[in-house]
Design a protein around this ligand. Structure first.
Ligand code: ZN
Length: 145
């Protein structure tokens, strides 16, 4: 089971949906979240932070290490490990994925009754285009998708 959680950034102008794989970590393990507009407020610390296309995630590394070890997860817990293993990362490939997906569904919904196969095809094409854009922009999860 994975739980979704929306978190606003430090300045409150943007938000991201978080993915907590298997719910091993709590949302509070993400001490702070900075969007491209407020990233300047972060005091960069590579041992606790991860950068992704102008966003910065700041983790409570000690807390994360304790929780993961308790549940039998081995390996050195780093921001990259937490993010790449989805213990606490973006839901989807970027902070805006959830909203983008919802908007796409809304936009294409009228097609469902008109032409289902065209709907499915459009959905697939639009999504692939979205992923290609994220990949080109350099989003960390998209690069591996
Ligand atoms: Zn912000």
């Amino acid at each position: 089971m994975c739980k979704n959680e929306r978190r606003f950034c430090r300045c409150g102008r943007n938000s991201a949906f978080l993915l907590l794989r298997d719910n091993l970590l709590f949302p509070e393990i993400l001490i702070d979240l900075y969007c491209p507009l407020c990233q300047d407020q972060a005091v960069w610390d590579e041992t606790a932070m991860l950068r992704d296309c102008g966003w910065i995630l700041e983790y409570d590394l000690d807390g994360a290490q304790g929780l993961l070890q308790q549940q039998g997860v081995r390996g050195p817990v780093t921001p990259e490990f937490i993010f790449d293993e989805d213990y606490l990362s973006w839901q989807g490939l970027s902070p805006g994925d959830q909203d983008m997906n919802a908007a796409l569904h809304r936009r294409l919904a009228p097609l469902i009754e008109q032409n289902l196969s065209q709907y499915l095809q459009s959905m697939k094409n639009e999504w692939l285009r979205h992923v290609a854009e994220l990949k080109a922009a350099g989003w960390r999860k998209a690069r591996k998708a």
